[in-house]
Design a protein around this ligand. Structure first.
Ligand code: CMC
Length: 428
């Protein structure tokens, strides 16, 4: 017999069904609560609200577990590659050798941008933040491919949009960077794989070739895998919410890019490096910054620390810390902020304030140091996160459409003025 929960209010008792997931996590289904009792639920920041059921990513914040379609993140980060993981997230299964080959080929074929899109890049001011450019150009894709406007078009059409997005985003990202520094664009090459191609478009130029270093491509591939999905976070929920109005996929992804941009979410990777640089430039005294982070009258927070759902450790941070060490060793890079980061982590992890609040380094505490070692400029860090999260956003959007989810529309408790009569301007 299925379980239910009992709610007592105003002398009445209401029975609410309990929904159980495949990992035995439970939720009270309150969909009919308002109809029965007039009550809504209130949960600012959706801290304890399930917005959907989903079969894409499983996350247990207490145990530090993250799995894509059942596969542990540790295994995927070690053994697979980003396109395999993209296929897994979007289509539900790891690809066979042939399917992966076909998938990679299709992506390579769609990686070019329409020539008329070049003009957009040159219209942005120099130094335009590449996240703004990436969001704008991603939504602009919908104007070049109007066949994508109806998300309920044939599966083939939707699939074409998915391939175009995955294929063109690295080109958009690299071109956003090139235009921000006033350098000529490098076109995608079918001879290079997904990650190599992106790095080549970033760093090659008419006067210099770029030697693709497998140490760098492997590290970047791993970073993209670690960022590929994270269930119902701020940007993913934004993609699903925008998409629930039946907005097209390009526009829904652009909405996700903007949501990711903020320093509390994907923008943290840029904010962490800025913070570490500042600590170093001001003499490297870490205690002062830890004290500031603890001071409730100071808005400063330790960037790269804390997570809404991980209350033990972030499994991605564990993998990344090791990958960061490996990358710096293999490239022979000595970044002084790495030492500051390690000291900061040590001090914060032994401080009562951080222990009590279960604040641990998150995925982006070390990712910026890795991006910097690869030569990727700071403004691009969050774009890298967006590139990694793209398959997750697409998979979540696809699932939302397949489930025929209704338009997302939360309720509120109104706290404003009660009804009052309009007073004519002359009498005020
Ligand atoms: N430094 C200092 N104090 C903190 C921090 C921090 N980084 N994070 C949380 N706290 C404190 C916060 O002040 C609060 O204290 P109190 O209970 O005394 O009021 C308590 O910890 C709980 O914090 P919260 O803001 O209620 O927690 P939340 O779940 O709403 O926020 C968070 C989660 C990630 C936004 C937050 O921890 C934070 O701002 N971290 C820094 C930004 C960051 O690194 N973001 C990247 C997240 S990982 C990448 C991604 O997937 O988005």
């Amino acid at each position: 017999m299925s379980e239910s929960a009992e709610l007592k209010f105003g002398g009445n008792s209401y029975s609410l069904p309990v929904v159980e997931g495949t990992e035995n996590e439970k939720a009270i289904d309150i969909a009919n609560l308002r109809g029965q009792s007039g009550l809504i639920t209130l949960d600012s920041g959706y801290k304890n609200t399930g917005a959907t059921t989903s079969s894409i990513t499983y996350l247990d914040g207490e145990e530090g577990i993250l799995r894509y379609r059942g596969y542990p993140i540790e295994q995927l980060a070690e053994k697979s590659n980003f396109l395999e993981v993209s296929h897994l997230l979007i289509y539900g299964e790891l690809p066979t050798k042939d399917t992966l080959q076909q998938f990679s080929k299709s992506i390579a074929e769609h990686s070019m941008l329409h020539e008329n899109m070049r003009g957009f890049f040159s219209s942005f001011p120099l130094n335009a933040h590449p996240m703004g450019v990436a969001a704008a150009v991603t939504t602009t894709l919908s104007t070049f491919y109007p066949g994508s406007l109806d998300p309920h078009r044939s599966e083939d059409k939707v699939n074409l949009t998915i391939l175009r997005l995955l294929a063109k985003f690295p080109t958009i990202a690299a071109w956003a960077y090139k235009s921000s520094i006033g350098r000529p664009f490098v076109y995608p090459s079918a001879k290079l794989d997904y990650v190599e191609n992106f790095l080549n478009m970033m760093f090659a130029g008419p006067t210099n070739d770029y030697h693709v270093d497998p140490v760098v491509t492997n590290a970047l591939d791993k970073l993209l895998i670690l960022h590929a999905d994270h269930e119902q976070n701020c940007s993913t929920s934004t993609v699903r919410l925008a998409g629930s109005s039946q907005a097209n996929l390009y526009g829904s992804i652009a909405a996700g890019i903007v949501a990711l941009w903020g320093p509390l979410h994907g923008g943290a990777n840029q904010a962490v490096i800025e913070m570490l640089d500042k600590i170093q430039n001001e003499g490297g005294s870490i205690d002062k910054w830890v004290e500031r982070a603890k001071d409730k009258n100071d808005p400063f927070r330790l960037m790269g620390f804390g997570h809404r759902v991980y209350k033990n450790f972030d499994p991605r941070a564990k993998i990344i810390k090791k990958a960061c060490d490996d990358l710096l060793n293999r490239l022979g890079v000595k970044d002084p902020v790495l030492e500051i980061a390690m000291k900061l982590e040590e001090i914060a992890l032994s401080d009562e304030y951080f222990i009590e609040r279960k604040l641990y380094p998150n995925v982006d505490f070390y990712s910026g140091i890795m991006y910097r070692a690869m030569g990727i400029p700071q403004d691009m860090f969050t774009v890298m996160f967006a590139m990694g999260r793209l398959p997750g956003w697409i998979a979540q959007w696809k699932e939302m459409v397949a489930n025929k989810e209704p338009i997302g529309r939360p309720r509120q408790i109104y706290t404003g003025a009660r009804m009052r009569d309009y007073v004519n301007l002359a009498e005020r």
